[in-house]
Design a protein around this ligand. Structure first.
Ligand code: MLT
Length: 264
């Protein structure tokens, strides 16, 4: 489905129905198809929404700078256009950074939060340098070169070695993202604010999920979020790396399902 927002057309999946809305925000460099294993499995308990962020998948990148707030504004516009007042907002990795930005601006629109394989802290100086290197790499050689560099940390080594279907699909998904969207997002990742001060302000039910073997946003980052968000619960998924919902969809879906049911 596509909808015209203020400066671009956003592509999204929407299972429809009268269940409470659940908005999935994908990570980098991915798109909405990343959530396929959740969309179908959770449609009986939620109206599942999964957009392509601007510059990813089938959503074009309009001109102008992009920050985590830009993506958050787009999601607010999407909810407005669909006449949805409140949603459970679920972000993985960069999607989590966007969920923090969304909460800071639009807390009244958040029924609950799901923070998957993400962290509150900003980029270190070294990580910022890495973003600049990846921007240069994307400009010179395209998205596939950035994807190749990042790929070894997206899944746990065992998944890469033994589950060629998941590994190949992930590599392909990363590699096909539009280069201009990837470059814009790398700048937004580099410049994102510290969300640590946001943690104590979160006043909605919060579920934190992380793959036990996540090498990009390790469980200790999740423990920090759990310790600082009032009443937050943390679920660590065994045998999963950074893309925990892709590596262990049944465990991930069960955790999300239990959380959604605890809200009603
Ligand atoms: C993601 O999965 O969204 C990215 O790895 C986030 C990041 O690079 O900080």
């Amino acid at each position: 489905m596509k909808l015209k927002l203020r400066d671009f057309e956003i592509a999204y999946d929407d299972t429809g129905g009268s269940q409470p809305p659940l908005l999935f925000i994908h990570g980098f460099p991915l798109d909405r198809t990343y959530w396929t294993g959740q969309t179908r499995a959770l449609r009986d308990v939620a109206r599942v929404l999964a957009p392509d962020l601007r510059g990813f998948g089938e959503s074009r990148l309009p001109t102008g700078a992009v920050t985590m707030e830009t993506y958050a504004d787009d999601l607010r516009d999407l909810l407005d256009a669909l006449d949805i007042q409140r949603a459970v907002v679920a972000g993985l990795s960069m999607g989590g950074y966007i969920a923090f930005a969304f909460y800071r601006k639009y807390a009244a629109r958040v029924r609950a939060l799901i923070l998957a394989d993400t962290r509150a802290t900003p980029d270190t100086p070294e990580a910022k340098k890495g973003r600049d290197e990846n921007i240069a790499l994307a400009r010179a050689q395209g998205t596939a070169a950035v994807a190749e560099k990042m790929f070894p940390k997206m899944l746990m080594p065992q998944t890469i070695a033994e589950r060629a279907d998941i590994a190949d699909a992930t590599r392909a998904l990363m590699s096909r993202q539009p280069v201009e969207g990837v470059i814009a997002a790398l700048g937004a990742l580099r410049d994102r604010p510290d969300s640590t001060p946001t943690l104590a302000q979160i006043a909605v039910p919060t579920l934190i999920v992380v793959g036990a073997e996540d090498a990009l946003a390790p469980p200790k980052d999740s423990e920090q979020m759990r310790d600082e968000i009032r009443g937050a619960r943390l679920a660590v998924i065994p045998n999963a790396g950074h893309l925990s919902n892709l590596e262990q969809p049944d465990a991930f879906n069960q955790i999300v399902r239990d959380f959604l049911q605890s809200l009603s």
